[in-house]
Design a binder for this molecule. Structure first.
Ligand code: FEO
Ligand code: CA
Ligand code: CA
Ligand code: CA
Length: 614
């Protein structure tokens, strides 16, 4: 930002009250309005069909905005009038995407083709009259792009071209069709977007007998999506397709400014259920990427590039994630084990804290794991990290370094199995048994050097609802003064250095709809959680983008109405029809995942924004 009439004052708001999980509304603070910017099915190209809930087909979906938007980035040109939106489409909810169940086998097959075209990614150009006013998307713009399962990706790094990645259809092991389970992500300092392939295993039918298959949740049952019925590569039980699942589970890099570019999958960052990845440039110029494996008792990883970042050299910088060192985190607490009793009670020293080590998996091109080659470490990264002795975490979702301080924040969303039966007991970094509400870890690299191999850590917060008696902790901030918060998932920062947290799972825990929360990280208010918005029934808040200097906030509302079924919807977001109104002929009466923009009500008088309840 800069130029024009200069930055407006930073985003101020009075926190909203939590919204009961039975309510279907999108809520924002007083003085703000919201409107959908892009919805599932919106036409992206000049020749795209208009969305028709009652008459869908696969070819149309490939030319429309995809389903279940998750990670979101909005890049702005210096004049503030043009923007570029990049979004992930993680998965589909078949039972609420059509008016009725499929009536024939042919219709079922057509729906499977629609689903294959509804996942992936979207790139969409935006425009507006001036900085700080709401955006419109530009249908047919030059950079608009849909990434689907037909899009060619190139594998990079030491595992590319090795036996583990070869299939009959790709005997060189270098090119993969499509990306799957794209969850969170991050933008790089060189203008590309990273996207994490998370729950890819569920799309494949496999032997399910090897240690590797078991560790990655690959099994022999028919898949829920059933894509193996039309496309044999989703059936990995044959010699021709056995390695196909090894070609998913990576960090993907996309250059949204070049619609012809071939997106890449970086094997150097390892293969696991990548929630996403976020990059910071270390003082010595190396690119450092942090990434979490979102599975109960899985791990936190760090990649350090071999080569250095060069300002204004995008071509060079786009090679940085192809070569470097990979580490996994081990945490140690500093309080007596007896004080970590699994209840979430704060230890006597006043905090959950300690030291940690980045354990090497691959360093200077060599495997650090006895008995595993570099390619094996990068493809079967979970097994390598098991051998290294990493710390089992409560589901690391977004992991994001603050570009202002270099401190790294890790959203541990929850872990219902912590301390249950034979599974890992509570420890100081995951201190609650049957962790329902999650917590956030703060990491401070030694010497504030992002390439360091050791660090200090503490918990920023133990989430929950203090008013319901949950054991919570907010860095010492008075618990009676915070907004209740549960299941932190995606993270973002504003220009003042505050952390913003979106949640996924609050309804089944503290009983409120998921939302977006701001928390101060420094000063007297450190730990003060304030709720900014609340998403509709059964929805998840994703991809927050905070343009606070413009008093604008963006979220991707994922799976609104997920618990509904054909014709029996629990949400009508975002195209709410007023109570008692008769839907017009052909009108959509079903929820649609959508990217929402929130702006000050004085930002564009006369625009049809919604206030508060939808
Ligand atoms: Fe797709 Fe870990 O959330
Ligand atoms: Ca302690
Ligand atoms: Ca997520
Ligand atoms: Ca989640």
């Amino acid at each position: 930002p800069g130029g024009g009439r200069g930055p407006r004052k930073s985003l101020g708001f009075a926190p909203i009250a939590p919204v009961d999980a039975a309510v279907d509304s999108f809520d924002v603070p007083a003085g703000y309005e919201w409107e959908p910017l892009l919805r599932w099915g919106d036409p992206l190209f000049a020749d795209s069909p208009e969305f028709n809930f009652r008459d869908q087909n696969a070819a149309a979906q490939a030319r429309q905005f995809g389903y279940n938007n998750d990670y979101l980035e909005i890049l702005r040109q210096p004049n503030g009038k043009k923007g570029l939106l990049v979004c992930n489409h993680e998965y589909v909810n078949p039972e609420i995407m059509f008016p009725a169940a499929p009536a024939s086998a042919a219709e079922e097959a057509e729906r499977r083709a629609i689903f294959r075209n509804a996942v992936g990614m979207s790139v969409v150009e935006l425009e507006r009259s001036s900085r700080g006013t709401p955006w419109n998307y530009v249908r047919g713009a030059r950079l608009n792009r849909r990434i689907t399962l037909d899009t060619v990706f190139e594998l990079t790094g030491p595992a590319a071209g090795t036996e583990l990645l070869k299939t009959a259809a790709d005997p060189e092991g270098r090119f993969v069709l499509g990306t799957l389970g794209n969850c969170a992500g991050g933008s790089t300092p060189w203008g590309t977007v990273l996207s994490g392939e998370e729950n890819f295993n569920g799309f494949f039918r496999a032997d399910g007998t090897s240690a590797e298959d078991k560790r990655y949740g690959l099994d022999s049952a028919a898949t829920a999506m059933g894509w193996e019925q039309e496309d044999p590569r989703f059936d990995a039980r044959t010699p021709e397709t056995r390695n196909e699942p090894n070609r998913f589970g990576y960090i993907v890099e996309l250059d949204p400014e070049d619609p012809e570019s071939v997106p890449r999958k970086h094997t150097s960052l390892g293969r696991f259920k990548h929630e996403g990845a976020n990059v910071i440039i270390a003082r010595n110029g190396k690119a450092v990427a942090y990434s979490g494996d979102d599975e109960r008792f899985d791990y936190l990883y760090k990649f350090v590039s071999k080569n250095k970042y060069r300002k204004n050299d995008k071509r060079h910088n786009m090679t940085l994630l192809a070569e470097g060192d990979l580490y996994v985190a081990r945490f140690a607490g500093n309080s007596p084990a007896a004080e970590i009793d699994g209840t979430g009670a704060v230890p006597a020293d006043g905090g959950f804290d300690g030291r940690g080590t980045w354990l090497p998996l691959v360093v200077r091109g060599k495997s650090a794991i006895p008995g595993m080659s570099v390619a094996e470490v990068l493809v079967y990264t979970r097994l390598a990290a098991d051998k290294a002795g990493a710390t089992k975490m409560d589901r690391c979702e977004d992991v994001e370094p603050s570009l202002a301080t270099g401190r790294v924040y890790v959203a541990c969303t929850n872990n219902s199995n912590r301390g249950v039966g034979a599974s890992a007991a509570a420890d100081e970094v995951n201190p609650r048994r049957e962790n329902r509400d999650g917590h956030i870890v703060e990491i401070i690299e030694d010497r504030d050097d992002a390439t360091a191999t050791s660090f200090r850590w503490n918990l920023l917060m133990l989430c929950g609802d203090p008013a319901q008696g949950d054991a919570t902790y907010f860095s010492g901030y008075p618990r009676e003064l915070v907004s209740p918060i549960s299941c932190p998932d995606n993270l973002a920062f504003d220009s003042a250095g505050n952390l913003w947290i979106s949640t996924d799972g609050a309804p089944s825990g503290i009983g409120y709809n998921d939302g977006l929360f701001k928390v101060a990280l420094a000063g007297r208010d450190r730990g003060k959680v304030e709720q900014f918005l609340s998403v509709p029934r059964d929805g998840e808040t994703c991809g927050p983008v905070i343009h606070d200097e413009e008093s604008m906030v963006f979220v991707a509302v994922q799976h609104p109405g997920e618990d509904g079924s054909y014709g029996a919807h629990t949400s009508f977001f975002p195209d709410y029809v007023p109570d008692g109104a008769v839907p017009a002929a052909g009108e959509v009466r079903a929820p649609r995942p959508a990217v929402v923009q929130v702006y000050r009500e004085d930002a564009n008088p006369g625009r049809p924004g919604h206030k508060g309840r939808g």
